[in-house]
Design a protein around this ligand. Structure first.
Ligand SMILES: Cc1ncc(COP(=O)(O)O)c(C=O)c1O
Length: 401
C-alpha cells in the first residue's frame, strides 16, 4: 500500500457529521445547509440544452486532449477574462473533469520523490482545500503549511519561508480567490511567487476555480498567467492554473474544467492523463464550449452572490464583525471561541449547518489557523441565506457574545 494512505485526514464533512451526531435541532425549524461549497444557482439552460442535444456522442470514446474547439474556447475565455496576450489552445490548455481531479493528478505527475534522499515539499495555504494535502502525501511529498490569518491579510507569507524549505519545494499551491478565507492575490503577489519559483526551481499551481466570482465588478482577480505575462514570461514557464465551470457557471455536476499553463508541463500531464483515463465525455465537452463562450450568465451569477452578501452582512454585523470577501461565496466568521462548539450549538439551536474552521486547517507550530472561525457558504437560495443569517444572529445573541 502507498504509505501516504495512513496519513490522509478524514474529510471535513465526515468530521462534521460526527460532530452533529445525536444533536436534535428544534422541530419546525427547517434545516439550512451553509456547509458544502456546492453552487445551487440554476445552471444555464443553454448549456443543459447543448448537453442533451449531443447525447448521441456517448457512442464514441473521447480523446484525453479533448476537442480542439473546447481548448480554443477555454483559451479565448482566459485571454479575455485575464487580459492575456496569447494562449495557445493546442499546447497550453487541457480539459479536466473538474479541478479536484486535476489538482490531485497534477501533483502525482510532477512531484519527483525518487531522485533525492530528501522528501520533497509541497507548500500550500493553511486552511486550504484538502485535496492539496492528500495529493502531496500520496505523491510521496511532505505538505508544508503556510498559515493564512488576519495578521497576514489571509495571504500565505512567502517572505517568511526559510531558504531550506524553498530548496526542497517542488510545488507551491496558491488559491485565489481563496477557499475558505475569501482573499484575493494581486498581481504583485503572484509575480513574487513566480520570482521565487524561478529562483528556487519549483512549479506554481494556482487554483483559480473561483476566479469568476468576485465582489467588485471593476476589479476582477488576476490570474497567475497575467502576472507571468507581465514579467515577460509569455510561455507561462513554471505556471499551471486550474479553472472550473462548477462555480463560474453553477455546474458542479458537469465535472468540467481546464488547466492552462506551461506547455512543457501540459505535455507530460497529457501523457499522464492518457494512462490515468479521465477523458471528458464529448457531450460534456460540447456543453462546456457554450459555457466558456458566454460571460453574460456569469455576470448574472455574480450579481446573485453580491445580493446575498448585501442582505446577509448587515444582519450579522448587528452582532459580530465580519469581512465581506473579495471573491468566492464564503464568509469566514471569527466566532471568538471554540469553532466546533459554535457549530454544534448552532445546529442544535437553529438547525443550521456551517463548517468549523479548525476542520479546514491543520495544526502547526503556530496553532491551527482555522480555530475560532466557521465557514459559511452562501449557496442556499437568497431568502434562505437571509433567514439563516437572522438565526445565526439570534444564536450569537443567545450566547451573550
Ligand atoms: C478551492 C477549491 N478548489 C477546487 C475545487 C473543486 O472544484 P471542481 O472539482 O468542481 O472544479 C473546490 C470545490 O469546492 C474548491 O473549493
Amino acid at each position: 500500500m502507498n504509505p501516504g494512505f495512513r496519513r490522509l485526514s478524514a474529510y471535513p464533512f465526515e468530521r462534521l457529521a460526527e460532530l452533529k451526531k445525536g444533536l436534535v435541532p428544534p422541530a419546525g425549524l427547517p434545516h439550512i445547509a451553509l456547509s458544502i461549497g456546492e453552487p445551487k444557482h440554476e445552471p444555464p439552460a443553454f448549456v443543459i440544452d447543448t448537453l442533451r442535444a449531443n447525447l448521441a456522442d456517448l457512442g464514441s470514446y473521447p480523446a484525453t486532449r479533448g476537442l480542439p474547439e473546447l481548448r480554443s474556447a477555454a483559451a479565448a475565455w482566459a485571454k479575455r477574462r485575464f487580459g492575456l496576450p496569447a494562449v495557445d489552445g493546442e499546447s497550453q490548455v487541457l480539459p479536466v473533469t473538474g479541478t479536484r481531479e486535476a489538482l490531485f493528478a497534477f501533483v502525482q505527475a510532477v512531484v519527483d520523490s525518487r531522485s533525492s534522499s530528501e522528501t520533497p515539499l509541497v507548500l500550500m495555504p493553511n486552511p486550504c482545500y484538502q485535496i492539496y494535502e492528500g495529493a502531496a502525501l500520496l505523491a510521496g511529498a511532505e505538505p508544508y503549511f503556510l498559515n493564512t490569518t488576519a495578521g497576514n491579510a489571509y495571504l500565505p507569507d512567502l517572505e517568511s519561508v526559510p531558504a531550506d524549505v524553498w530548496r526542497r519545494c517542488q510545488l507551491l499551491f496558491l488559491c485565489s480567490p481563496a477557499n475558505p478565507v475569501g482573499a484575493v492575490m494581486d498581481q504583485a503577489y503572484l509575480a513574487r511567487a513566480l520570482e521565487l519559483a524561478q529562483e528556487h526551481d519549483f512549479i506554481v499551481a494556482s487554483d483559480e476555480c473561483y476566479a469568476d466570482l468576485f465582489d467588485d465588478e471593476s476589479s476582477p482577480p488576476p490570474s497567475l498567467l497575467a502576472a507571468a505575462a507581465a514579467m515577460g514570461n509569455s510561455a507561462y514557464r513554471r505556471c499551471m492554473t486550474f479553472h472550473s465551470l462548477s462555480k463560474r457557471s453553477s455546474l458542479p455536476g458537469l465535472r468540467s474544467g481546464v488547466v492552462i499553463g506551461d506547455a512543457t508541463l501540459i505535455a507530460p500531464f497529457l501523457l499522464y492523463r492518457t494512462y490515468h483515463g479521465c477523458a471528458m465525455p464529448i457531450p460534456t465537452q460540447r456543453a462546456s464550449i457554450t459555457a466558456w463562450n458566454d460571460d453574460e450568465h456569469v455576470r448574472a451569477n455574480r450579481a446573485l452572490y453580491r445580493r446575498k452578501f448585501d442582505r446577509v452582512l448587515p444582519v450579522l454585523r448587528a452582532v459580530i464583525d465580519v469581512d465581506r470577501p473579495a471573491g468566492g461565496f464564503y464568509l469566514w466568521l471569527n466566532v471568538g471561541g471554540d469553532d466546533a462548539a459554535f457549530t454544534a450549538g448552532l445546529f442544535a439551536a437553529q438547525n443550521i449547518t456551517v463548517v468549523p474552521g479548525s476542520f479546514l486547517a491543520r495544526e502547526t507550530a503556530a496553532g491551527n489557523p482555522g480555530a475560532g472561525y466557521v465557514r459559511i457558504s452562501l449557496v442556499a437560495p437568497e431568502e434562505e441565506c437571509v433567514q439563516a443569517a437572522a438565526r445565526i444572529r439570534d444564536f450569537i445573541l443567545s450566547r451573550g457574545n
